[in-house]
Ligand binder design. Structure first.
Ligand code: PEP
Ligand code: MG
Length: 315
């Protein structure tokens, strides 16, 4: 989207007034990890582990899992890597945890919900993540997808602790979780907003349907209000809230998210340089003003237009 100059990223995200905003990468395999390092990513904000196992009919052994996770972790010595536990179901079926037929797969047994029927799969995955973490220099954080309630968050954090994984967080990608974030973040040590699913569930618009693109955008003021609510829940517990959905990689939306209280952004590696450039040109105070401006619009189109008009760097 950004016109003209080719930008690079120096590996340290910050606002114009020097407020740190870690800029991290979303990865699914060692090849993407290498691309993320190349692009200057400060670490990984979302490691989608289910991609290591798509197409498998049986659960990979703990040994296989350790090798798969190390393929990403080893690329980030001394850096944060947020490993997401299996997000199977809906568009990503895995026969060893997901059901064959559900009338509404996006509303079905997916993400952390698969651990209710298959607790041993989660246990073995946490065992493998802990073993991989012990074998590498990366700073390993763990998070669960599709958390809906504080009880689910408490249970996940407890299972992580049993494996010695003390940086245990949750994704906020269900509106209920955003609205209950102050209770969820009393348990979880951090949260990461999955704005792709959060938008889908807020707008009741299938994220896969191109025809619903104008509903399926993080610019929707209702989605931004849930981002703000999530950040308030983080603030009362002194817990960081990040974004790892597509919204984080939109250079005009990134300062809005920071203004809403988000402390780090995780995105496709090729978006890092443009996001870094916009943040470096925008003060924290300006981010807060842009956030308020976007929240006060009646539509996604109006929010996008109002914010872009204030960001000449993107012209
Ligand atoms: C999201 O929902 O925004 C997210 C980052 O997770 P995924 O795209 O893997 O569902
Ligand atoms: Mg998601």
């Amino acid at each position: 989207e950004t016109a003209g100059t080719v930008r690079t990223f120096d590996g340290h995200g910050r606002t114009a007034d020097g407020h740190d905003v870690a800029l991290l990468a979303n990865v699914a395999d060692p090849k993407a990890a290498a691309a993320a390092v190349e692009a200057g990513a400060e670490g990984v904000g979302l490691f989608r582990t289910e991609f290591c196992f798509l197409g498998r009919t049986e659960e990979p052994s703990v040994t296989e899992q350790v090798a798969a996770y190390r393929g990403v972790l080893d690329a980030f010595p001394g850096r944060k890597v947020v490993v997401r536990t299996l997000d199977a179901g809906a568009d990503k079926p895995l026969p060893f945890v997901t059901a064959d037929h559900e009338p509404n797969p996006a509303l079905g047994i997916r993400g952390l919900r698969t651990a209710v029927g298959h607790p041993e799969v989660l246990e073995r995955q946490l065992e493998a993540i802990a073993a991989a973490a012990a074998a590498t220099e990366a700073d390993v954080w763990v998070m669960a997808p599709m958390v809906a309630t504080p009880d689910e968050a408490a249970h996940f954090v407890e299972r992580c602790a049993a494996h010695g994984l003390n940086r245990a967080g949750v994704m906020i990608e269900i509106p209920a979780a955003a609205l209950q974030s102050r209770f969820i973040l009393a348990h979880a040590t951090f949260a990461s907003l999955g704005t792709n699913d959060l938008t889908q569930y807020t707008m009741a618009a299938d994220r896969e349907l191109a025809g619903l693109a104008e509903l399926s955008t993080g610019w929707q003021p209702a989605v931004l209000a849930l981002v703000e609510a999530s950040c308030l829940g983080g603030a009362v517990n002194d817990r960081p809230v990040s974004v790892c959905g597509e919204a984080a990689g939109d250079p005009a939306l990134a300062p809005v998210l920071v203004g809403l209280g988000v402390s780090s952004l995780s995105m496709t590696p090729r978006a890092l340089a443009d996001v870094a450039a916009v943040l470096a040109a925008t003060s924290s105070e300006e981010c807060a003003r842009l956030a308020r401006l976007a929240l006060d619009q009646p539509s996604a189109a109006a929010a996008r237009a109002a914010v872009r008009a204030e960001l000449p760097i993107l012209d």
